[in-house]
Design a protein around this ligand. Sequence first.
Ligand code: NAD
Ligand code: UDP
Length: 328
Amino acid sequence: MSQNGAGTLIKTKPRCERNRVLVTGGAGFVGSHLCDYLVARGDHVICLDNFFTGSKENIAHLIGKPNFEVIRHDVVEPILLEVDQIFHCACPASPIHYKYNPIKTAKTSFLGTMNMLGLAKRCKARFLITSTSEVYGDPLEHPQRETYWGNVNPIGERSCYDEGKRVAETLTMDYYREHNLQVRIVRIFNTYGPRMALDDGRVVSNFVSQALTNKPITVYGDGQQTRSFQYVSDLVKGLVTVMDGPEIGPFNIGNPGEFTMLELANLVKEVVNPKAVIEYRENTADDPKCRKPDITKVKTTLGWEPVVPLREGLERMVDDFKKRLGVE
Ligand code: NAD
Ligand code: UDP
């Protein structure tokens, strides 16, 4: 038994019965929500992070719980632990963060994934890689199915991330084929929600912060490019469903609702601040023109589908952003 912040008693399983789960990148946006879910489920959670883009604030509420611990470590270096499952989320995900030090991003994706696969092999743990819709590049198939091999520029500014994740998937499959490791591959589509870093430059966090602080909403290019946005709680359920399910994947995990960036800007105006103005800015290199997941595979094999529509998800993240931005 232990007490949570609200003073309520929580039943925790005896140590020997707990699933020991490693969440790399556990102090990041997605990783911290995943840690919340796993800790509440009664697993023994080890959050491993180098705090490059993650923060202690994201996991502060978990510190002190008997089934949660944190390790400051960089996945580029090997580590010895005893675990049953590994959710490998460690990697900067926003374009400005992964372009900041592209060689480190590529090392994190390649060496980091290889080290975590090595750990999984030694422990006979099940390993899940959080890959990305970016493996489809600027897609020539729309919507994207898992069978599509993608259209990625191997020498562009986004390649450290896109190709990094592609090689991470390759390594994952090679550990499965060569060492019979239990592996799972998830291709995550654009995800948003509370705890996104305020400075990460991703479109939803940018637009919500800008609308809340009465700054112009910055639409890049002509705003006609599309993305499909999933709320973070849907993603967490998807990750756990795939990890605990019987199939390797790859599985697309995303919300098929597709929006142009201009539509998103107008929706943020409606939900957050109708007075906000929209300003156009030059777009970045190699920006994919469209992106929308075909989720038939995960829906039919595992029964997962997202439930939070974009408008509702935006409403849910506003309070957290207001608090962190210090606005009413
Ligand atoms: P994030 O930047 O918030 O979290 C990444 C975490 O990994 C951070 O806590 C960071 O400090 C940590 N990290 C980075 N490099 C590390 C290293 N070398 N060693 C140890 N820790 C390291 O990003 P996120 O949105 O939470 O993304 C989590 C994972 O999901 C990433 O692997 C990302 O590629 C994948 N993903 C996310 C999205 C999305 O829309 N959020 C979309 C596709 C894929
Ligand atoms: N974008 C935008 N304004 C911003 C930030 C991003 O219009 O302030 C656009 C960006 O050009 C891209 C889309 O939003 O077309 C999604 O960008 P993000 O960085 O969130 O994710 P990714 O490109 O990795 O899908």
